[in-house]
Design a protein around this ligand. Structure first.
Ligand SMILES: CC[C@H](O)CC(=O)C(=O)O
Ligand code: MN
Length: 339
């Protein structure tokens, strides 16, 4: 198999999938998955807490295993794949980044809300100084029009990002919206353009193909859909589809099928599916982390959690504004009450 690839894949199950396993990954699981993905020639494997470096906390969910141990384990079994880490400024610190780099992580993905790219400057610059490949990761990209995305992506490009990603965190984008955003970035930026999908509306694969058609060459996937919500674009399926399209990933399809079946499926607490919760997240266009809060508030105020989530989406509530969930539930209960 040639080393040349048209599309470079990043496998995110050992980071985005951390949400799906309530951050309970063990060193044994990470070692076996990373080793196998390395043998399948996956170019990048992301390993961190689901909310990025430093995410282990009461607020975001405590990790069973220190993520630095997981990163170290993944690095120790990979001689082909590069280990990537995610960092959200405000959650992870420069110190966390330095520790990850010291353990052998080669790529830093610095994630911000789609309108807040300016907070990534110091982290992208430090990652470059540490000799890491850098990615700017624009989360909740459905919440901004293409022109805003271009403005924010340019900031990341200027800070030194080698790649800028459109991140469909809520799995809310439609194919034509993906195409429009990626095409605008492709036209205005010189760096690589990437795309990260979620499958809440069953559009992860379609959106990924739309992104590739519009010029994205860096694509995320999670094997067996092991990611937050309904998971991401299913990596082994994507490898097969791209091969059918004549696009090279350099990844061994049969090995990926076997890893999915024999190593990853047994890790999943339950098979990934689009259920009422994940479908509502995509429909409402809200973060998956809102779900738990919305379910609690729905019980407390005797309202439908779907109504809460849809209203949060309508009001464009973002991460960090979780206190609004109670307000919205209380207002919905009041509106429902007989006069
Ligand atoms: C909270 C971080 C988030 O899980 C990053 C990500 O994968 C996304 O926004 O989709
Ligand atoms: Mn994600």
């Amino acid at each position: 198999m040639s080393n040349q690839s048209d599309i470079k894949l990043t496998e995110v199950a050992l980071r985005d999938g951390s949400h799906a396993v309530s951050h309970q990954y063990t060193v044994g699981q990470v070692t076996s998955v990373a080793k196998a993905l390395n043998e399948a020639h996956v170019p990048y494997i992301e390993v961190s807490h689901g909310d990025g470096l430093g995410g282990s906390s009461l607020q975001y969910g405590q990790s069973l295993t220190d993520e630095l141990k997981l990163i170290e384990a993944a690095v120790s079994v990979t001689d082909f794949s590069k280990i990537a880490v995610l960092l959200l400024p405000g959650i992870g610190t420069i110190e966390d980044l330095k520790k990850a780099a010291g353990l052998g992580a080669k790529m830093a993905r610095v994630a911000t809300h789609v309108t807040e790219a300016d907070v990534s400057k110091q982290h992208i610059e430090t990652a470059k100084d540490l000799g890491m490949e850098t990615v700017g990761f624009l989360m909740m990209s459905h919440m901004a029009p293409a022109s805003k995305l271009v403005e924010q992506a340019k900031l990341m490009e200027n800070y030194g990002a080698d790649t800028v990603y459109v991140v469909d965190s809520a799995g809310a984008l439609l194919p034509h919206e993906v195409k429009e955003r990626i095409a605008a970035l492709r036209q205005e930026l010189t760096v690589n353009i990437g795309f990260h999908a979620h499958n809440n509306l069953s559009l992860a694969m379609g959106n990924t193909l739309a992104a590739i058609e519009a010029g994205a060459t860096r694509i995320d996937g999670s094997i067996r859909c092991l990611g937050a919500g309904a998971g991401n674009t299913q990596t082994e399926v994507l490898v097969a589809v791209l091969e059918r399209m004549g696009l090279k990933t350099g990844v061994d399809l049969y090995k990926m099928m076997d890893i999915a079946e024999d190593i990853v499926a047994p890790i999943l607490p339950k098979p990934q599916e689009i259920n009422r919760d994940s479908l509502t997240l995509g429909y409402a266009g809200v973060y998956s982390s809102f779900l738990l809060h919305a379910n609690r508030a729905a019980k407390r105020f005797n309202v439908d959690s779907r109504d809460i989530l849809v209203e949060l989406g309508r009001r464009e509530i973002i991460g960090g504004q979780e206190d609004m969930i109670i307000d919205v539930a209380a207002e919905l209960a009041k509106a429902k009450a007989p006069v």
